[in-house]
Design a protein around this ligand. Sequence first.
Ligand code: ADP
Ligand code: 5GP
Length: 234
Amino acid sequence: MSVGSRSLENRTFPLIFAAPSGAGKTTIAQRLMERRGDVVFSISMTTRTPRSYEHNGVHYHFVEEDEFRRLADAGELVEWAEVHGNLYGTPARNLTEAIERRQYLILDIDIQGARQIRRAVPEAVSIFVLPPSGVELGQRLAGRGSEDGAVRRRRLDNARAEIQAAGEFDYVIVNGSLDTSVAAVEAILLTEGCRTSRLPGLKQEIGRLDDEIGQCLRGIGSPPSSSSDPQRGT
Ligand code: ADP
Ligand code: 5GP
């Protein structure tokens, strides 16, 4: 008779992705979401102008500065910061909804935001994505074609300060091969999910296993007493 098998469910957690603009964190996040249904992207608020391919409510919630500041003052943003001259923030409900739905929430946020989240949500896991080289970073930014030369220059200039913070993060991924980067994030999700602190059902599971081992032992029966069969080995 089969007794079946169980898995020990872990609590999901937010995954902070930070990187200099153009390193590839959005691309990695998109690949992950294509591969698995339990990963969801945190849609931020921003005062930035939408790019031609961006849609409100899909890539960002695009709002005016007044509205952004009203939401921040009302405590509806778990973190917010000024980045490259625009305001960006994470709606607090993104985190609560992801936990309720047992999803891993990917936060594509800057270093100031990452610091705020790490303080507010200690169970969050943080990953810093580095480009394979400075030249490649410049080429990826240009290749994306979404910013003009002045904006690219500003972002590359900011990148020099941003990479200095990589050591604050739990993990660093050099995004050379996209496949390897995605595999590394999946490995992190798997490993972090095995932490005892993320296993609310561990005690119960150990109790159940203990009962099953007890049943198994009863099935084997009592050991023969040594006097009844003196020839028998151990
Ligand atoms: P970020 O979100 O970090 O600003 P993006 O994900 O928008 O960066 O990536 C910037 C550009 O680099 C995009 O054109 C993307 O297709 C490209 N890119 C991302 N990852 C890789 C990679 N591993 N190899 C080559 N090009 C990449
Ligand atoms: P972009 O304008 O290229 O979409 O994003 C610019 C920068 O803003 C990126 O470094 C991105 O990670 C950051 N960013 C996006 N959303 C948020 C957010 O909600 N909070 C913070 N602090 N930074 C964000």
